[in-house]
Design a protein around this ligand. Structure first.
Ligand code: HEC
Length: 229
């Protein structure tokens, strides 16, 4: 099987490239070269390879710009996709940041409002209650005159025993909640500040608005204490 194939190739080679001879005459001498079928086939093969290489190189040179342009285009596409993605991420990051900032603002505003309310209430209690319910008693001149002095001193001692704002932080949560409830009740009913105290300190009277503010605070504070348990 293998031998007939080689023979056929050999026969085809001889038919295609029959042996040729080239005569050259120079200086009166004649020389001739013999081109065997094998040599011719080899030369033909080499020429084909050379031509192929020339063709490939030419195509590369001619289309180089186009190839580069196509690659560039792809790179640009990839880059713009990448940049779009990046922009998207940036946008969502900005949104998140904005949400955080506004949450922080809201929180700060609420805290500020709460603090303002607290300090309003603190001012009210300080003005109208602290003479009898704290250590910061400002003793009036008549507290040194008996028998009024007995009443006043008794009021302050009793007042402190019932509610001492200076010791507020020491109240256990349950006790504090009871006191808060009583504070609102006393204030709303007009039981506190004591009536006889108001005779001498008209400006310590609480307006309905101020009573409401105090009760608002006691409610909120009781809620806070209940929640924090
Ligand atoms: C002139 C002194 C005086 C002033 C001012 C005063 N209190 Fe009193 N307070 C007392 C005395 C005395 C008692 C205890 C006897 C009583 O309940 O009447 C008392 C009791 C209380 C009690 C306890 C009630 C109970 O049932 O145990 C609360 C709560 C109270 N006061 C809140 C206030 C608040 C809030 C203010 C300010 C808005 C205030 N007091 C202003 C003298 C005072």
């Amino acid at each position: 099987m293998a031998e007939p194939l080689i023979e056929r190739v050999w026969a085809w080679l001889h038919a295609t490239f029959p042996e040729r001879q080239i005569y050259i005459r120079s200086d009166g001498r004649v020389q001739f070269f013999t081109f065997s079928p094998t040599l011719q086939a080899t030369l033909a093969g080499l020429s084909l390879i050379f031509l192929g290489w020339v063709a490939f190189a030419s195509v590369n040179v001619i289309f180089k710009d186009r190839i580069i342009a196509a690659k560039d285009h792809r790179y640009q596409q990839m880059q713009s996709t990448y940049e779009d993605r990046l922009a998207d991420i940036q946008v969502s990051y900005d949104e998140l940041n904005g949400a955080l900032v506004s949450a922080e603002d809201t929180f700060k505003a609420t805290a500020d409002k709460l603090e303002a309310k607290q300090s309003t209430v603190a001012r009210l209690l300080d003005r109208s209650c602290s003479d009898c319910h704290s250590q910061n008693t400002v003793w009036p001149w008549y507290s040194e005159v008996a028998p009024v002095s007995w009443v006043v001193i008794d009021d302050v001692q009793q007042g402190r025993r019932h509610l001492n704002l200076s010791d507020w932080a020491k109240y256990p949560p349950g006790g504090a909640r009871d006191k808060l409830h009583q504070i609102c009740k006393e204030v709303k009913d007009g039981g506190m500040p004591l009536r006889e105290y108001l005779w001498a300190h008209r400006d310590r009277q609480l307006t309905p608005q101020e009573q409401a503010t105090i009760c608002e605070w006691t409610d909120a504070e009781r809620q806070r204490l209940a929640d924090s348990r």
